[in-house]
Design a binder for this molecule. Structure first.
Ligand SMILES: [Zn+2]
Length: 144
């Protein structure tokens, strides 16, 4: 099973962004690298504007952020390894809309459930080879 390693300070940054965007969905890109045994390690998070039309129900990463990041990371060991978004008032699990949005099947999806502006649960998922998602182990570590 794929394993995602996230530093607690990055999770805190995502939670702050989820709070700032409440009651709308918040989103971010995860920058990191692939380690041994299919482990993906997040080295930093880049919060994004949500450019979706209906931000209470959907999210869409700012393509400008993505282009800027890809340019910056070109030739480096790190790359965009996944995407995070929040579900205000919803579960920390992918919705049908999320399953329909999957383009890059190698991306990890990190999803936070938000209640009253506070992140209450965060889970990781990997797009399955066909459709939908497979659960992914999420390990939170204390950053340096
Ligand atoms: Zn969603």
């Amino acid at each position: 099973m794929i394993k995602l390693v996230l530093q607690d300070r990055d999770l805190a940054a995502l939670a702050d962004h989820a709070a700032a965007c409440w009651p709308e969905e918040a989103c971010a890109l995860l920058v990191g690298q692939e380690g041994p045994g299919g482990e993906r390690r997040v080295l930093r998070v880049e919060v994004s504007r949500n450019i979706a039309e209906d931000r209470t129900r959907f999210f869409e990463i700012d393509p400008g952020l993505r282009i800027r990041l890809e340019r910056e990371l070109r030739g480096q060991e790190h790359c965009i390894i996944g995407v995070w978004h929040s579900h205000p008032g919803g579960p920390a699990a992918p919705s049908d809309a999320d399953a329909r949005m999957v383009i890059e099947r190698q991306f990890i999806w990190l999803i936070s459930a938000v209640q009253d502006g506070k992140v209450v649960e965060t889970n990781a998922f990997s797009p399955s080879p066909t459709y939908g998602f497979d659960p992914t182990t999420l390990t939170i570590i204390t950053g340096d």
